[in-house]
Design a protein around this ligand. Structure first.
Ligand SMILES: [Zn+2]
Ligand SMILES: [Zn+2]
Length: 97
């Protein structure tokens, strides 16, 4: 009959090494309670730092360059209009000869 969970027997097999301090730990998680707190704290600081970094990388949309490539200048009033616009705001018809 097989055991689904290993029975806790005191001995070398049950000795886990704490991933934080590297010393052997006999707790169920294999990590010292105070080390777990330390690790959680470090992780929280790391996540906070990463969050600050991503926030800093975000560029405001207002800094985007204006799209002048799709603009044509009205010979009548000199105001730039979209190339697909047929009639300027001043009333000038771009497609009229
Ligand atoms: Zn530890
Ligand atoms: Zn115009």
């Amino acid at each position: 009959m097989r055991h689904k969970k290993p029975t806790p027997i005191l001995g070398e097999h049950n000795t886990k090494t704490c991933p934080v301090c590297g010393k052997p730990s006999y707790s169920a998680d294999g990590i010292h309670p105070q080390c777990a707190v330390q690790q959680a704290d470090a992780l929280r600081k790391q996540q906070l730092k990463a969050k600050e970094k991503t926030e800093a990388n975000k560029k405001p949309l207002a800094q985007r360059l204006p799209q002048t490539r799709n603009q044509k200048k009205c010979p009548k009033c000199g105001v730039g209009s979209h190339v697909r616009k047929k009639i300027c705001d001043c009333g000038y018809d771009f497609f009229k000869p």
